[in-house]
Design a protein around this ligand. Structure first.
Ligand SMILES: NC(=O)c1ccc[n+]([C@@H]2O[C@H](COP(=O)([O-])OP(=O)(O)OC[C@H]3O[C@@H](n4cnc5c(N)ncnc54)[C@H](O)[C@@H]3O)[C@@H](O)[C@H]2O)c1
Length: 324
């Protein structure tokens, strides 16, 4: 298998690359990442990278992992690099809700145009399956648990950008008979998230650095927190599914309030002898949903995937990672 991952140097991409390297049939992983949010540092921790290419000096090599520093906004390069690839996993995105509100046009350029460049290139080059990383943000502030077919009502440009590409994936499957999979990840956490501003990464970094923990809005805001290894497992399972187009929620199906999350983190830190800094409540962020958790019955039933990590286990692994 030859797999191309856009945004492969990021949080999900680095963990996914690590998991894919454990599969003997994966002969090549090509990463296209512009290093805007991250760089090759995580991948270098588990796999030797001799050279970082640019789109101008890229040459095929015998290396199992090739990293090309390039933006997904270049359609000509997208067509060139997806030739002779079996699968495209499109992760590259401007993934912050806040940033999409302060820079909606940029969010559109990266999340919509960039994804279209790779979806269309995958069609032209007859890729076996295009996997698109989407998000529960497509639902907006609707009543959980979110099922795949619930009404979509995004409340941020980020959510709208994801919904737009979901629609294109479905259309490409219908019109061009192209295999696509839409995976809506819940709130992911785990190793290689040093650069992330998501709540668990931020809390654990602040605990490590003895900085105040800030809760945005209310401690009763809920989310569905999923450990990154479970996400990687779901993505890999989807490579070989048969259906033409499928959409799945990749979460735990469990609702956790920030209050309960902090309580769990406190208990784990207490056992490890780690001190917790002061906690303050700040203003609610625009575009943030109040309650959010997903239903995972569809993915369980159709591809026999379920999360293996409890929140306590995943948090403990994450804390170990950040305190190493
Ligand atoms: N982490 C989560 O909790 C979560 C939840 C739902 C959906 N998602 C989606 O999963 C995907 C991966 O998320 P992540 O948490 O790994 O984010 P991330 O920011 O860690 O990774 C994204 C990667 O894309 C790269 N990138 C950004 N713009 C680019 C461009 N124009 N060209 C090429 N590369 C570019 C960044 O440098 C980064 O390495 C995103 O599409 C995100 O929207 C993530």
């Amino acid at each position: 298998m030859r797999i191309l991952i856009t945004g492969g140097c990021g949080f999900v991409g680095s963990n996914l690359t690590k998991s894919l390297l454990n599969i003997s049939t994966v002969k090549k992983i090509i990463i296209v990442d512009d290093f805007s949010q991250s760089n090759a540092k995580y991948i270098k921790r588990f796999h030797p990278i001799k050279r970082i290419y640019t789109k101008n000096n890229y040459v095929k090599s015998k290396n199992r992992v090739e990293i090309i520093r390039a933006s997904v906004d270049d359609f000509d390069f997208a067509k060139k690099i997806t030739k002779n690839v079996d699968y495209v996993i499109h992760l590259a995105a401007e993934s912050g809700v806040d940033k999409s509100i302060s820079q909606p046009h940029k969010s559109f350029q990266i999340n919509v145009n960039g994804a279209m460049n790779y979806l269309e290139s995958a069609r032209i080059n007859k890729i076996k399956r295009f996997i698109f990383a989407s998000s529960g943000a497509v639902f907006g502030d609707s009543k959980p648990p979110m099922k795949e077919n619930n009404v979509k009502n995004p409340i941020s440009p980020y959510g709208s950008s994801k919904l737009s590409i979901e629609s294109f994936c479905e259309t490409y499957s219908k019109v061009f008979n192209m295999k696509t999979t839409i995976l809506r990840f819940s709130n992911a956490y785990g190793p290689f998230s040093d650069h992330k501003e998501s709540i668990i990464a931020k809390f654990v970094k602040n605990i490590r650095d003895n900085r105040m923990l800030k809760i945005n809005g209310s401690a009763y805001i809920t989310r569905d927190y999923i450990f990154i290894e479970d996400i990687c497992c779901a993505v890999i399972k989807c490579l070989h599914t048969k259906k033409l187009c499928n959409t799945y929620h990749v979460g735990t199906g469990k609702e956790t309030s920030i209050k309960d999350l902090i309580e769990k983190i406190k208990q784990i830190c207490h056992k490890k002898g780690i001190q917790i800094p002061k906690i303050v409540v700040a203003k609610k962020r625009l575009g943030d949903m109040t309650k959010n958790y997903t239903s995972i019955s569809k993915i369980k039933k159709e591809i026999n995937w379920k999360p293996e990590f409890t929140l306590t286990h995943g948090l403990s692994e994450t804390i170990n990672y950040f305190f190493k």
